[in-house]
Design a protein around this ligand. Structure first.
Ligand code: NDP
Length: 448
């Protein structure tokens, strides 16, 4: 291992104590860089790798709001503006009780390289709050979003920082935040947020983009083995934005998707998921996945353990729920059951051990999140393009752009991995390709 990388890793870990998710993300990226530094010692100029691990700005703020029962609530808001070497900070907002600074930093760090891989001019950032939207009324959600934006507005802007959705933040929440931003600033600045509704600056395909992009990437992985999705059995975790549209596109390509989950359990549907029913329950009614088993057929199994999705024998596994949801035991079970491809629809859903095992296993291809789920942010950048040109693209045109970008991201990862002597190591390829572009720009822009 390169001595400088070891020193850097230790320094970054000590400097960011108590942030295990951030450590996990940094270690994985830095471990990939040793071969690059052997051939490109200039990548140590201006201490650029250390700067890469230090966010440019971190904002933490109080979010006070009154709920519909008249109670005062105090939440904590975050925006970590990680890196602007390639463009304005860009990355989602997450509303979930587990959100803390370490999680937002891990997501912002990963976002920087993901955005770089898309080839589009966007820097990296991430934000959110420990607010729990579950069981809250529309009125509560609006009150929270308005208070959150009353502070966030001063840090964002079309040319500065452009947030989007993530876990717990969809079109409804983006709408309430956009409305508040417009009211405070007296500007219809559509390029300040992405994931907007169609009639007020949103882009077709944005809701589908992360899930569809995940499938386009996995399709390219299968193609390297002379295979495709037709007839493949697929397990998916989660039943939110990413999971639902991954299921939709996989089914379109002929796959049989047999699982889905939420934070309260999982389902196994041997006949293939009924997507209309799943959408009705999770997107429209905002209900629980257990209701799917109640309403579908006797053959569907509901399990209280949400991680039981990994017990089912499948060709392709798509973790699309949250970080560290697939551990080394689940990974071993999947491999023993004949897994061929695992592609991360969610951010860092495999634990470090599970990811290592997948990378080391002959005959299994492992696609890391920063490449696989880049279609979401790529389509956000396409939304920004449409906003800037006051234009509106068709569904087909936008989906074709997304597909081209995902094919390109796949080829970039594959070709880079091959250049460094590990042709099927997508983690190595994604990290090296994502990082070097950012580092080149940082060196060119000097010590800032
Ligand atoms: P959503 O809030 O739409 O959905 C998240 C889903 O995961 C929900 O069904 C939730 O269940 C479920 N879930 C949460 N924790 C667990 C768990 N431990 N086990 C099983 N299910 C769980 O979020 P998204 O679909 O937008 O995001 C999912 C992942 O994809 C995240 O890692 C996010 O960062 C990543 N991502 C999202 C992008 C996007 O465009 N939305 C872009 C790139 C990455 P419940 O319904 O009970 O809450």
């Amino acid at each position: 291992m390169h001595a400088t990388i070891e020193t850097l890793k230790n320094d970054v870990l000590a400097r960011n104590a108590g942030e295990p998710e951030f450590h996990q993300a940094v270690v994985e990226v830095l471990d990939s860089l040793a071969p690059v530094l052997e051939t490109h010692p200039e990548y140590l100029d201006q201490d650029v790798i250390r700067r890469l691990c230090e966010p440019e700005r971190q904002v933490i703020f109080r979010v006070p709001w009154i709920d519909s029962k008249g109670n005062v609530n105090i939440n904590r808001g975050y925006r970590v503006e990680f890196n602007s070497a390639l463009g304005p900070y860009k990355g989602g907002l997450r509303f979930h009780p587990t959100v803390n600074l370490g999680i937002v930093k891990f997501l912002g760090f990963e976002q920087t390289f993901k955005n770089s891989l898309t080839g589009l001019p966007i820097g990296g950032g991430k934000g959110g709050s420990d607010f729990d939207p579950h069981g809250r009324s529309d009125r509560d959600i609006m009150a929270f979003c308005q208070s959150f934006m009353t502070e966030l507005y001063r840090h964002i802007g079309e040319y500065t920082d452009v947030p989007a959705g993530d876990i717990g933040v969809g079109t409804r929440e983006i709408g309430y935040m956009f409305g508040q931003y417009k009211r405070i600033t007296n500007r219809f600045e559509s390029g300040v947020l992405t994931g907007k509704g169609l009639s007020w600056g949103g882009s077709l395909v944005r809701p589908e983009a992360t899930g569809y992009g995940t499938i386009f990437f996995a399709r390219e992985m299968l193609a390297t083995q002379g295979e495709d999705f037709d007839g493949k059995r697929v397990s998916v975790s989660g039943s939110g934005n990413v999971a639902i549209y991954a299921i939709e596109k996989a089914q379109e390509l002929g796959a049989v998707v047999v699982t889905a989950s939420d934070s309260k359990g999982s389902i196994y549907d041997p006949d293939g998921i009924d997507l209309d029913l799943l959408k009705q329950i999770k997107l429209k009614e905002r209900g629980r996945i257990s209701e799917y088993a109640d309403r579908r057929s006797n053959r569907v199994e509901f399990h209280e353990n949400r991680n039981d999705v990994w017990q089912v024998p499948v060709d392709v596994a798509l973790p699309c729920a949250t970080q560290n949801e697939l551990d080394v035991h689940a990974a071993q079970t999947l491999i023993n059951n004949g897994l061929r491809v695992v592609a991360e629809g969610a951010n860092m859903p495999l634990t470090a051990d599970a990811a290592s095992l997948m990378r080391e296993t002959e005959g299994v291809l492992f696609g890391p999140a920063k490449a696989v789920n880049a279609g979401g942010v790529a389509t956000s950048a396409l939304e920004m393009q449409q906003n800037a040109s006051r234009d509106r693209w068709t569904f087909d045109y936008t989906e074709t752009r997304l597909e081209e970008i995902m094919v390109d991201v796949h080829e970039t990862c594959r070709a880079t991995a091959q250049e460094y002597g590990a042709p099927s190591d997508y983690v190595l390829g994604a990290n090296i390709a994502g990082v070097t572009k950012v580092v080149d720009a940082m060196i060119a822009q000097g010590l800032v």
